[in-house]
Design a protein around this ligand. Structure first.
Ligand code: PDD
Length: 282
């Protein structure tokens, strides 16, 4: 089965899926999105992704008329049509189509597009080796709490990190506080406590970040504090890890060329990996 797409009411092979050149998502990044992982026919934390999509769309005044019902219909159907063992579902809702104009027409109908692709990361080896990350000033805009496709800063920084042989980049604001990473949330482990950036307009409220805070860490009796860390705290951390839909929990072994602790995935991180996996497969 090739990658599957869905565009405004129709499933079709991804390579044949097209959208207008006047789509505002294309022209302005005027759109919101979610990335969801599924095991077989079971999407992980779907309700939380839908809640965040609703929040992002409301904040931008993108109409959700009938959209959530449509997503609820197409996700199971797309998973059934593809039958991949693990799927990355990409859902994007653009404000709609109109001749290019910064001022949007309040009456246009949003475009709902989605893709269903087989999951491509070798998680087992990434987790057992841990990943290296770069460290950069956060150059993004002032509403990183909204999951919009306005992602140029993330794109440029993640490519720079990639060119440096790193999988991700951790970002810090002007005062040196860690915000998040290009497409994941950041946790620092210090003296047995998980520290992660408090929710604000500077970070995306990560679904997996919240699941670690609310469910996985408490299950293991690991205390969590939503508290700012500074970039130097990364180098003295006992462990650093990232969370994201695409890898759940991922140990970081090196930041900006400097080894974290003994340069191996840490025991607290690995216990979170194991417990998280256990929860979603039950
Ligand atoms: N990114 N921070 C940013 C900037 C992100 O783009 C993401 C997710 C996260 C983690 O959020 P969650 O746990 O809800 O996946 C944090 C997705 C996977 C992406 O854009 O591909």
């Amino acid at each position: 089965m090739t990658d599957l797409a869905y565009v405004n009411g129709q499933f079709l092979p991804a390579e044949n899926a097209v959208i207008s050149i006047n789509d505002r998502g294309l022209q302005f990044g005027d759109s919101v999105y979610e990335v969801v992982k599924a095991y077989g026919d079971k999407p992980v934390l779907m309700d939380e992704h839908i809640l965040r999509l609703e929040r992002s769309a409301h904040a931008l005044n993108i109409s959700l008329n009938g959209i959530i019902e449509e997503i609820d219909r197409i996700v199971p159907e797309g998973l059934q049509r593809t039958g991949f063992s693990q799927t990355i579902i990409y859902i994007q809702l653009t404000r709609g189509t109109q001749p290019r104009n910064l001022i949007f027409d309040k009456t246009i109908k949003p475009n709902l597009i989605a893709t269903f692709r087989p999951y491509g990361l070798d998680l087992a080896s990434m987790r057992s080796n841990g990943i290296k990350v770069s460290l950069y000033p956060d150059i993004r805009w002032a509403h990183c709490d909204l999951k919009t496709t306005n992602l140029l800063g993330n794109v440029l920084m993640k490519n720079k990190a990639n060119d440096e042989g790193c999988f991700e980049a951790i970002l810090f604001t002007e005062d040196g506080r860690v915000s998040e990473a290009c497409s994941s949330s950041v946790f620092v482990v210090k003296n047995g406590v998980l520290l992660t950036t408090p929710s604000s307009e500077n970070i995306l409220p990560g679904v997996n970040r919240k699941y670690v805070i609310d469910i996985v860490a408490p299950q293991l009796g690991i205390p969590v504090r939503e508290e700012h860390t500074f970039k130097d705290d990364l180098f003295t951390a006992d462990e650093v890890f990232l969370t994201s839909t695409t890898f759940l929990v991922m140990p970081v072994i090196e930041v900006a060329g400097q080894q974290i602790a003994n340069g191996k995935p840490g025991p607290i991180t690995m216990s979170l990996v194991e417990q998280f996996e256990k929860n979603i497969h039950n």
